[in-house]
Design a protein around this ligand. Structure first.
Ligand SMILES: Cc1cc2nc3c(=O)[nH]c(=O)nc-3n(C[C@H](O)[C@H](O)[C@H](O)COP(=O)(O)OP(=O)(O)OC[C@H]3O[C@@H](n4cnc5c(N)ncnc54)[C@H](O)[C@@H]3O)c2cc1C
Length: 303
């Protein structure tokens, strides 16, 4: 990036601009250098988007980087992360349930934990999904038969021109791990949910049960990015296809197909982004050769 622009951004937002390694901002823990800005209000976001547009700079909205493969060379996009007002949470008791409003940068598992403790049902499934609410809406994240689209009522967005809009659930184009946000440059700044009242003790116990299931099933002891490949429309899930292709334990450099869950690629401590990418290609080719099914990735690329 042009040094003048970096200086301009630092001059305008002295406490918010960071020189980062993407390996520290993604759960796979790979990726090179980038400039990031931690944005704490809608006003600051509109102002920033205006400057980036004027300077002809592109941007990338990064949540917790839990579904991202970031390049070893880093990226030229300015990384935007939401915090402050854009990660705040408001609860309102209403009739037989709760109205929940939160910022797009809110941590999804923490929100799930608080919801269970309050007796607000519907978010227990999210207890082990290590992203933000914005990232979860973008991905239509889900687990154990529920997804974020089930109890979401509306989404606040800002477009690349800095205009704010409210999008109702039915206009979000949700389907399996997909939403309109994957096709349009919209930043999710906030979300509203309607949650039914339930017994907090039961919800907490459900959340504990889900966490235990996930610990038993997933290789959480290594850096990873969750499921690498999407579930095909029909046929066996990717984990089964990969396992049946004899790929459990297959490694490229420091990247390895998990022995515990074959749709997870783990970083053994010294993986590069290229190791992961090359291993994904090996898996895709081998599964296609053995089963005739072409796997499509669920993870997103940066840089
Ligand atoms: C151990 C582990 C377990 C996981 N389990 C699950 C699971 O059970 N179910 C599941 O669905 N996923 C799972 N995931 C994947 C991942 O956690 C989810 O997809 C999550 O919703 C991504 O959120 P994030 O904030 O990390 O987004 P990121 O990974 O940072 O970004 C993902 C995409 O969302 C976009 N994005 C992020 N925030 C916003 C925003 N505010 N506005 C617009 N776009 C935005 C980014 O630009 C990017 O394109 C798992 C991941 C890990 C590491």
């Amino acid at each position: 990036m042009n040094k003048g622009v970096a200086d301009l951004l630092r001059g305008r937002y002295p406490d918010a601009v960071r020189s980062i390694q993407l390996s520290e901002w993604t759960t796979w823990q790979v990726g090179g250098p980038a400039i990031a800005i931690v944005v704490s209000s809608r006003g600051m976001l509109s102002d920033l988007l205006g400057i980036l547009r004027q300077e002809g700079l592109s941007w990338f909205l990064l949540g917790r980087g839990s579904n991202i493969l970031a390049s070893d060379n880093g990226c030229s996009e300015i990384i935007i992360r939401l915090a402050g007002d854009l990660a705040s949470v408001r609860w309102e008791h209403s009739g037989s349930g709760w109205r929940l409003s939160c910022g797009g940068g809110t941590r999804f598992p923490s929100l799930s934990g608080v919801a269970c403790s309050k007796g607000a049902s519907g978010l227990a499934f999210a207890i082990g999904i290590p992203g933000t609410v914005g990232g979860a809406i973008f991905m239509n994240a889900g687990a154990y038969g529920s997804s974020i689209s089930d109890m979401l009522t509306e989404v606040d967005v800002v477009d690349s021109e800095g205009n704010e809009r409210v999008i109702r659930n039915t206009e979000c184009g949700f389907s399996y791990r997909s939403s309109r946000f994957q096709r349009e440059a919209l930043i999710v700044t906030g979300a509203k949910f309607l949650l039914k009242e339930a017994d907090p003790a039961e919800l907490r116990s459900e959340a504990r049960r889900i966490l235990q299931l996930r610990r038993d099933k997933f290789p959480l002891e290594y850096p990873n990015a969750g499921s690498v490949f999407r579930r095909p429309f029909e046929g066996p899930p990717p984990g089964k296809l990969i396992e049946d292709s004899g790929l459990k334990g297959r490694a490229v450099g420091g990247a390895m197909v998990s022995e515990k869950h074959a749709n997870f690629i783990v970083n053994n401590g010294h993986a590069s982004s290229s190791d992961i990418l090359n291993l994904m290609n090996v898996v895709r080719e081998e599964v296609l050769r053995k089963s005739g099914i072409l796997l499509k990735e669920e993870i997103r690329y940066l840089g």
